[in-house]
Every structure is written in C-alpha cells, then in structure tokens.
Write a protein that binds this ligand. Structure first.
Ligand code: F6R
Length: 653
C-alpha cells in the first residue's frame, strides 16, 4: 500500500527516493501513506505501530495528521507509537524535552490513548539506564515491531541520535551527542552550555527492523549529507547510509534537499540529457561549464576540447561545435551578471559607449531614480546580506525603503535588556512606580539569571533591535522616514508559527504604499527558525494581491542570501562588486547590531560572527569570479532574479 512512488532509480543512487516541489506537499504524501496504513487495520486487530521522530522535519507531517484527524475522522485509537530518542538527562516536563515536543505537536491534538505512546525516559537514574533501554526494546518487540518508521537526518548523517561511528548492530542506548548536533540544538536551549551532552536513542539495528522506513529531509542545509547517504557507500560515519541495506526504505526530499544529488546537480554524468528529458538550456550550459572549470582548475576561456571530452561533456561540445564557442557562451553569461549599477544607470550620467544596464530588464532600465524596497526578515538581514548594494542604491540617488519584517525580539538576551533597564534607572528616566517595577525585574535577573517572561519585556527587546536597525540604516544613508518596522504578528506565536491574514495585510499595505520598482527579499530559506521562509511566503501572498496593480507589471524582484547560505554560481543573475571601502562600511553597519555580536542567541552551527560570515562569503564569491577568468574584485554580493510572474509560478513554500 505504498503511496510514495519513488523516482526511477539512477545509477548513482543506492536507495529509492521521491522529490517534492515543497515540504508541505511531501508531508501530505507521507501522511497519506500513514493514514492508509491506519485505515487498513480495523479496530480490534493488532494496532499499527509507528516509530516517530522529533525536530523541525516532521512538523508538517504532524500538522497534516492532526488535520486528517479533525477533518477526515482519522482515528489514532488503534495506534501505538515509539519515539526514537530523548535528551539525557532531561525531565519530561522540560520545555525542550521530546516528551513535551510530542505532546505539543501531536499527542495532545489527536485521540491516541496516553498508554499507547512511548518515549525513552530522559529522567531515568544513570544506574537504571541500561535496564531502561533493554525494556524499551522489549516493549517494541511486544507491540509486534514497528510497522512504519519516520526519520529525519541530522547534518552529521545521524538517524535517531546514532552519531557517526554508531555500529549497525546498535540498539537502544545512552549516547554522547556530536558537537555539530549540540550546536544545532543550542538555539533551543538558549546556548551550547545549556544543551545536554547525552541522549537515549534507538539504535541502528532497532530502526532497521522497522517494516517500512521513510526518511524525510528539507532544505539546502541537508543537501550535502543527503547526497552522502544516498550516493556514498554504506558507512557507520553516516548512519543514514545504513538505509541502503533495508528493502523497504525511501528518502522523501524537497527540491532543496535533493539539490546536490547527481541527477540534479550534474545530470550530464548520467548520460545524454535528452535521454533524461532535460535540455542544454542556458542554465544547464552555464552550470556544466562552471563545473568543468572547477574540475579542471582552469579559467573558462582556457578550457579545451579535451577538457570537455575527458569530463564527459561530449554532448555539450556537440551542441556548440567547439570548446571555443561553448566557452564564450559560459563566459558571457557570467560576465553579464556583473553590474556596479544595481538600480540602472542615471541617464544624466550616461556617456555613449557605457555598458548597458544589464542585468536589469530593458523596460525598467530607463526608470531613474527608482523606488526600491529592501525586505529584511530580521532587523540585521539587510546589512548582513546586501549591505554593500544597499549603500550603492542610496548613493546612486534611488528612493530606498527598508522594511524589517519581524521584531527580532527572540534573539535579544535577558542580559542585554537588563543592562538597558539599569541604565534607564540610573539615568533617572524611570521613577515612581515604573522605577520600582524595573528595580524588581533587574533584581529577578540578578538572582535568577532571567527577566520575567512577560509581553512588556519582549516588546522592549524588539525596541532594542529597532534602535540598532535605525543606527545601521544611518550608516548606509537610508532616510529615517523610509524605515518600516512591520512587526509581523506570526513571529510572536508561542508554538507552530504560521503565516496569517494579518501578516499578508501588513505586507500588502507596504507594497501599496511604496509601489516599488525593485524589491529585494531574503531567498535564504535555511535560517534556523524558519522565519525567512515565512517572510518570503508573506511577500508572495501580498504580491498575489498586488498582481492587478500598475506598478506590479514593472517591478523586478531579486532574492538575496545571507548568513546561512550562498547562491551556487550558476544561480546568480546579478553580481554587485564592492570596493574595499564599501566592505568596511558594510562592516560598520553590521556592527550596529550589537545584540547579535559576540554571542548571538541563534548562531546556527557556524562559530563565526555575522560580519565575518558576510565578508568571507562575499570575498570567496569575488575569488570565484576571478578564478573563472572574469574581473578581480574585493568582494561581490549576489542576487537571483524572480520576475514577478515567474516568481508567483515557481516559488512554492
Ligand atoms: C529526532 C531525531 C534526529 C532528527 C535530526 C534532524 O527525534 O532523532 O535524528 O531527526 O536531528 O533534525 P531536524 O529535523 O530538526 O533537522
């Protein structure tokens, strides 16, 4: 009854896989298979035994199962569940425990009998751990074994918490977490020092005994490890690779997580494109030539017929007739991405013979100055991701608006606000009852290490970030009255953040007010808490509403990437080179975000500070352009185009 149809297996892939346009569609398909299994097993017969995972990956699946329960009468009365793992030591009522996670995201919202759910107990005393783990295995066996096992994959390649080195025969046990896994979890625990070092996890063998296994992975940050697990050999260094030896396992991926697989990244290695239903269009040609240049360590214009032939690109050579012609195509495509005039040239300062306004569309090139809208999900994404371009646009005389979509309050530590409150009291800015109240809160921080978790504290944290954003905008020359603090309400939901009508209304009002010629938005969807994804979704919905408005037809939309990922070279449509002075100015703007310096609360797995990531990323990109044989710049900021109509068709979130 498998409803998840795998793609036809290609030679590099060692395990079946299916790829979906977005993770919501994938989650629906997985939920469909689970629902089918449950419905096929009538009440009174052996219960369906599900193996469940936690983390961000299964959230969409659980939401869909809840929907099926509420709207389509799917009952879990005859379902038994076993979760993969739990942090150790950690009490079940700790907000970050997997017990708590499962209650919040699934169990409390369906009709599963409490006695049917099982998780390893993170509070079991150390002396009892081995017995507890054995008992867990026995309970699984007594339930008849797992019918359907859900898995995510960690960036170490772990399934459950079977970190690199876990043997294939391992069973439920206490394990030490890998440093990468702990860093990934640090955001949830408020810092690495509060993140547990150990966990109880089902072993590789316990997982492989399930009759059906579905591993899900979403997002570009998983693409590399997915490729290793699917195309690499079976190895304890990537425990997900053991699924290659299961006869009923499947990987369910979204496009981003599948992006590094040979069939998508370098399909020419699998044979002629035509046989795969693909063509040598502009993108594919550019991608192959850039890949070849990297493989051979040569600038594009130095590639020879032999280079193409030996690397398996005979097909491309045939299309172009010679390496010379193919090289020229790839070279000019890259060269045409570069412009120092991201908003187009000022006609008053244009001389005959000046380079054209590429890569802007000819229709919008003549509009000068332009109304520009830079959307920054968090208050610092604008300067981190495109601070140099932002300064350039202002300098060229465009009307530049910056809209900060969420308050960013969650990433301000209590310590920061405590210092501000101390200042307010010491400066006599808060007297009387207010002063007394502040005094109490400061004392609470000083004794317990935490300010009270009340809306006022959160609002003030948001205000701290507003001042930082205003100071950074000043460094970039953005006028005060063109700063918009949207405070999209989805950000404040305590659990399961979702885009709402109120968010789209706010975005739509902004578009209506600015009527931008150029929109820059975060296309960096791998931020740890999914805020960028929802912000882009909000923009898309607002653009749908604006589709009939006159400004919309003229608008050009650019996506940037920031602290979490960079575009692949072949994805770049617009490359803005920066001078050394501009790099320093951008650094000054990023420095204004003091709450995010030194010890940002949500740094992800990267130990570098945000300004360092920005500089490394944009310098590395400039080096890549140089290595390809284009010009040598200090740094480059890159963007990918979405014409609004294409954007509406293709961006699925
Ligand atoms: C969770 C678990 C882990 C996660 C993996 C991916 O129960 O066992 O293996 O599935 O770490 O985590 P996310 O989904 O948060 O990327």
């Amino acid at each position: 009854m498998n409803t998840l149809t795998p793609l036809v297996r290609c030679s590099h892939e060692q395990v079946p896989l299916a790829v979906f346009a977005d993770n919501a569609a994938a989650a629906r398909a997985v939920a469909g298979e689970i629902a089918g299994l449950i419905r096929s097993r009538p009440a009174g017969t052996r219960p369906v035994v599900l193996g469940l995972a936690t983390g961000s990956t299964p959230l969409g699946l659980y939401a869909e199962l809840i929907r099926l329960h509420r709207e389509e009468a799917l009952s879990f009365a005859n379902v038994v569940t076993f979760n993969l793992d739990e942090y150790y030591p950690l009490a079940a009522d700790h907000p970050q425990s997997y017990h708590h996670f499962m209650r919040t995201h699934l169990f409390d919202r369906i009709d599963i009998p409490p006695a049917n759910v099982h998780l390893p107990d993170g509070a079991v005393p150390q002396a009892g751990v081995d017995a507890h783990c054995r008992a867990y295995e026995e309970m699984i066996a007594a339930a008849g074994g797992i019918d359907f096992q859900i898995l995510g994959i960690g960036r170490t390649g772990h399934i459950g918490f079977n970190e690199p080195g876990s043997p294939q025969r391992s069973r439920t046990r206490l394990v030490t977490l890998d440093p990468i896994t702990r860093r990934d979890a640090a955001g949830d625990f408020g810092g690495e020092e509060h993140t547990p070092r150990y966990a109880l996890t089902m072993g590789v063998r316990s997982i492989l005994e399930a009759r059906r296994i579905v591993l899900m992975a979403w997002g570009q940050h998983k693409a590399g490890i997915v490729r290793n697990a699917v195309e690499g050999g079976v190895t304890a260094q990537v425990t997900a690779s053991f699924l290659q030896e299961h006869d009923n396992a499947i990987f369910i991926l979204d496009h981003a997580a599948a992006g590094a697989l040979t069939r998508f990244r370098t399909p020419w290695l699998l044979g002629p494109l035509e046989d795969q239903g693909l063509a040598w269009d502009e993108r594919m040609t550019r991608r192959a030539i850039l890949w070849l240049s990297g493989q051979r360590g040569k600038a594009i214009l130095k590639l020879t017929d032999d280079d193409y032939n030996e690397a398996g690109l005979q097909d491309l050579l045939r299309v172009h007739g010679s390496a010379y012609e193919a090289n020229r195509t790839g070279f000019y495509q890259m060269q045409h991405t570069i412009t120092g005039w991201p908003g187009g040239r000022d006609p008053r300062r244009t001389q005959p013979g000046d380079a054209p306004a590429r890569p802007l569309r000819a229709s919008s090139a003549g509009v000068f100055p332009k109304r520009v809208l830079v959307l920054s999900p968090h208050p610092d994404d604008d300067v981190i991701s495109m601070g140099g371009t932002l300064c350039r646009l202002v300098e060229h005389g465009h009307e530049v608006h910056v809209a900060h979509q969420v308050s960013g309050a969650n990433a301000v530590s209590d310590e920061t606000l405590w210092r501000t409150l101390l200042f307010a009291r010491a400066a006599g800015l808060a007297g009387g009852a207010t002063g007394a109240q502040l005094g109490e809160w400061c004392a609470a921080y000083e004794t317990k290490g935490a300010l009270p978790a009340i809306p006022e504290v959160k609002r003030w944290k948001g205000l701290v970030r507003r001042q930082e954003a205003a100071a950074a905008a000043r460094v970039c020359g953005v006028a005060k009255e063109r700063l918009h603090f949207l405070d999209l309400p989805f950000y404040d939901a305590p659990v399961a953040r979702r885009l709402g009508v109120a968010d789209v209304d706010i975005m739509h009002r902004l578009l209506d007010e600015v009527r931008p010629h150029l929109v820059y938005a975060a296309g960096d969807l791998d931020d740890p808490h999914g805020t960028h994804r929802i912000c882009l979704h909000a923009l898309r919905e607002a653009l749908v509403r604006s589709a009939q408005e006159p400004w919309f037809a003229e608008a050009e939309l650019w996506l940037y990437r920031g602290a979490w990922a960079e575009w692949e070279l072949d994805e770049i449509d617009l490359a803005v080179p920066l001078s050394p002075q501009e790099v320093l100015r951008r650094r000054r703007a990023i420095f204004r975000h003091e709450t995010q310096k030194d010890q940002a609360l949500f740094p992800g797995d990267d130990r570098r500070e945000f300004w360092q990531r920005t500089e490394d990323r944009s310098r590395r990109l400039a080096e890549s352009y140089n290595t390809l044989g284009l010009a040598e710049y200090e740094a480059i900021e890159a963007f990918k185009r979405y014409a609004p109509d294409e954007f509406l068709r293709h961006v699925k979130l």
